[in-house]
Design a protein around this ligand. Structure first.
Ligand code: ATP
Ligand code: MG
Length: 775
């Protein structure tokens, strides 16, 4: 252990060897907070503390796994195995599993993922005959989620006139009824959604003092990483569990609190010292991750926030390169810049793809980047999309398995009752739902006793329903003896799922088959792994719980060599040698939806701080002057965050893609524009700080209605950018069809026309992209 402790600096060593009592480590990015937690656990074990008494909560399961591996390498694998480590959700799902009966749930309860929740909410909205344009299921879901994370139960909701009024003002007076119905349906289905895993844990610990005591005694030492992003529900769980022994160690950085929109409460970290007696506070100041330029630039950014704890972050690392800022004309150009830059860096420095990450504010931005990476043959992986387990065919298989162990699971049943098609139509399913609701039974129970439930279906349908029940019951019998793999293999074959996808014959069907195969392989691994450990049961329930809580970050075994694409939110805690932060434009980042109040803007700024501090060697900031958003070309301005960085750390690079407009400069390496067709003055090198580059005066002037002249047609598409378009012209656009020019404004590269299209209405288009043809 001594050897390992010497890998810490003295400021890190102090909290590492301080085992008893409440303590908090507040420190900036890259200063070793996670390292301290990891080494601290190893140290505790080396001091004789039983691994069973330690609970460590991390932000992702991947982080927990990596931490555990590191600890295993220090204290040995057999010891580390007994540590309780994971996300709040995975740890407390496990606890709920063994205490479920106290709350009236089956121990095999299902975990509904967001897709299941969405479907159930949509179905409730439909059953209640509400307008789905006003009652948008996603909004309703996030509302319910925020109630749950603030511990506002249905009863508490109806007792709170302010909440009711707020929803009524938002034109959703039935919100409370939906919430009530949703909660009841989940309960009846023996299902908990993600937020329930925390809410029900709180209920368990509050209502059952003996249970609370059991886990307080068990988890004598509690550690929490990324404490700044805990929500109220998580906060209460940690408080309750640590209340007896007060051996609680949290680490975090208020400057990296970025989940307020999901209920995270920055006050949890700010008030920690008030919550416990004699809190020891530790600060770390030395950053080991990044170059001086990156650390200093990040400091200069976060300095702009008013709400913050004062912190010092410095590094002994090299000065490094300045942060490169690149401006592009369009989002497509931005993608090309990033792809080319990665390619060059890879070639010049012989680097693996995994050294690079591209971070963006919203998932939608990945498309243009992906296109460019593909063209350059750079392997990449997008994180945070649909996880493997949420793919259609996988969910189909999993739904069978879910139904086997929990026949009450309504969403699983609805999904597969007629898939593969077995002649049970939607009308029949609707009748079953009505009967189930009316008799307070589950749909499966209704199906077992069709006559008792007074479901009015013809005898043919009745047989089909009974056959389905028999099929599921036969699987339940098999589940008594078979392992997860054997069961799933049998189910996919005999249910007709495999046949269904095979018969499909399309490439999509083939891909689906491959995914199912992959799922079965994963199950085989799971079963083997369980056999090796020999101390767990390896049950189907456990497997389903694992996959319900898996994110695609967890699926990453770290062995593949690809560029990582993800949102900044997902990148928290991670690090990469080269980081590209793209789409640094006003309204995108900071997001248009988050500029209303100072606190929202400050959260955006923290997000930018998180993004920048992921970089070890080199950071790139890129923005485009226009980009497609919601199917429209929108002009944009560089993000204020670029301006906020101290000049000394920036290197504004020549926007390469603008060179292509000048045939005198380098040959067009991008290949999709023929330079000699376009007459465009080369863009000047613009120093960002001197104002908006778009407002640079341009000599090019579009005609006014006075110098009316017919537009010459060349090669079909006339490039109107260097022609004379006037008000009243009728033009044709590839997507919008024909339309009349109403107005022309702007100058130079910014000339826009307002056009009234026959199909599509009035649009404002930048002429240099619009590719209009005069008709
Ligand atoms: P974040 O706020 O981003 O979560 P953090 O404070 O948790 O960052 P770590 O991830 O623990 O920081 O550490 C950042 C990097 O610095 C890691 O690669 C880590 O291994 C390394 N590091 C931390 N402390 C030391 C040290 N004393 N000596 C060498 N490397 C260190
Ligand atoms: Mg960390």
């Amino acid at each position: 252990m001594e050897k390992y402790l010497s890998q810490l600096n003295s400021a890190q060593l102090e909290p590492t060897v301080q085992i008893e009592g409440p303590m908090i480590v507040i420190a900036g990015a890259g200063s070793g907070k996670t390292r301290v937690l990891t080494y601290r656990i190893a140290y505790m074990m080396s001091q004789g503390i039983d691994a069973f008494n330690i609970l460590a909560l991390t932000f992702t399961n991947k982080a927990a796994r990596e931490m555990k591996e590191r600890i295993a390498s220090i204290v040995g694998a057999s010891e580390a195995k007994n540590l309780w480590m994971g996300t709040f959700h995975s740890v407390f799902a496990r606890i709920l599993r063994s205490e479920a009966d106290k709350l009236g749930y089956p121990s095999n309860f299902t975990i509904y993922d967001t897709q299941d929740s969405d479907r159930l909410i949509a179905s409730i909205i439909k059953e209640m005959n509400l307008d789905k344009d006003i009652y948008k299921y996603k909004q309703i879901r996030s509302r319910i989620s925020s109630y749950k994370n603030s511990l506002i139960t249905v009863r508490a909701y109806f007792q709170n006139p302010e909440l009711i009024e707020a929803d009524t003002m938002a034109r959703r007076p039935r919100m409370g009824d939906i919430y009530k119905e949703y909660v009841e349906r989940c309960f009846k289905a023996g299902a908990m959604d993600f937020d329930d895993l925390l809410l029900k844990t709180n209920e368990l610990l509050t209502r059952f003092p003996d249970v609370l005591m059991k886990y307080q005694n068990r988890f004598r030492y509690i550690l929490v990483d990324e404490y700044q992003d805990t929500n109220h529900s998580q906060y209460l769980i940690v408080r309750a569990l640590s209340d007896k022994f007060q051996n609680i160690c949290v680490v975090g950085d208020d400057a990296q609190s970025i989940y307020a929109f999901r209920g995270a409460n920055i006050n949890n970290i700010l008030n920690f010292q008030k919550d416990y007696d004699d809190v020891k506070v530790f600060r770390l100041e030395q950053n080991y991750r990044s170059t001086k330029n990156i650390v200093n630039a990040a400091n200069s950014i976060i300095d702009k926030n008013q709400t913050k704890l004062d912190k010092i972050v410095w590094t002994a690392n090299d000065e490094g390169e300045k942060i490169k800022v690149n401006r592009s004309l369009t989002d497509a150009d931005e993608g090309r810049f990033v792809a080319n830059s990665i390619f060059e860096n890879k070639m010049n420095n012989q680097l693996p793809n995994s050294d690079f990450a591209i971070l963006y504010r919203t998932n939608a931005q990945s498309r243009s980047i992906e296109d460019a990476l593909r063209k350059r043959d750079i392997p990449y992986r997008i994180y945070g999309g649909l996880s493997f387990y949420q793919r259609k065919e996988i969910k189909d298989v999993l739904s069978y398995l879910r139904l086997i162990i929990n026949p009450a699971d309504e969403e699983a049943l609805k999904r597969i009752i007629n898939f593969p098609p077995r002649g049970i139509g939607q009308t029949t399913v609707d009748k079953l739902i009505v009967a189930a609701n009316g008799h307070n039974k589950t749909i499966f129970e209704v199906m077992k006793h069709l006559d008792k439930a007074e479901v009015n279906v013809n005898s043919g349908t009745k047989t089909k329903l009974q056959d389905f029940v028999t099929l599921i019951e036969s699987y339940q019998v098999l589940n008594q003896t078979a392992d997860v793999f054997e069961l799933a293999e049998h189910v996919t074959r005999t249910s007709g799922l495999i046949r269904e996808f095979k018969n499909d014959g399309t490439p999509e069907g083939v891909a689906r088959m491959e995914n199912i195969e992959e799922l079965l392989n994963g199950m085989k691994d799971f079963v083997e792994g369980q056999k090796e450990l020999a101390d767990t049961t390896g049950s189907l329930a456990e497997f389903l719980e694992d996959v319900a809580l898996a994110t695609d970050l967890d699926a990453d075994k770290g062995d593949s060599n690809h560029v990582a694409l993800m949102t900044i939110h997902l990148a928290k805690g991670l690090e990469f040698p080269y980081v590209y932060i793209v789409g640094l434009e006003e309204d995108l980042f900071p997001s248009a939806m988050s500029m209303g109040t100072r606190s929202e803007l400050e959260e955006e700024r923290r997000l930018f701080y998180v993004a920048l501090t992921r970089a070890e060697k080199q950071a790139y900031l890129t923005y485009a002057l226009s980009r497609y958003r919601w199917g429209k070309l929108v002009d944009s301005e560089p993000s204020r965050f670029i301006e906020e960085i101290d000049d000394t750390y920036l290197d504004i690079i020549t926007p390469k893609e603008e060179r292509r407009f000048n045939p005198m400069l380098s040959a067009d390496i991008f290949g999709d524009v023929e330079p000699n067709k376009i007459r465009y003055k080369p863009a000047k090198q613009v120093v960002l700080k001197k104002g908006n580059p778009k407002s640079e005066p341009e000599k090019f002037q579009i005609s006014t209605p006075k110098n009316l002249k017919p537009v010459s047609k060349t090669h079909g598409n006339t490039n109107l950018f260097d022609s004379k378009l006037v008000v009243g012209n009728v033009v044709k656009h590839i997507r919008f069809g024909t339309g009349e020019v109403l107005k022309i404004e702007g100058s130079g590269a910014d000339v826009k026309a307002e056009i009234n299209f026959q199909h599509g209405g009035v649009k404002k288009l930048l002429l240099r992209f619009a590719k209009l043809e005069v008709v």
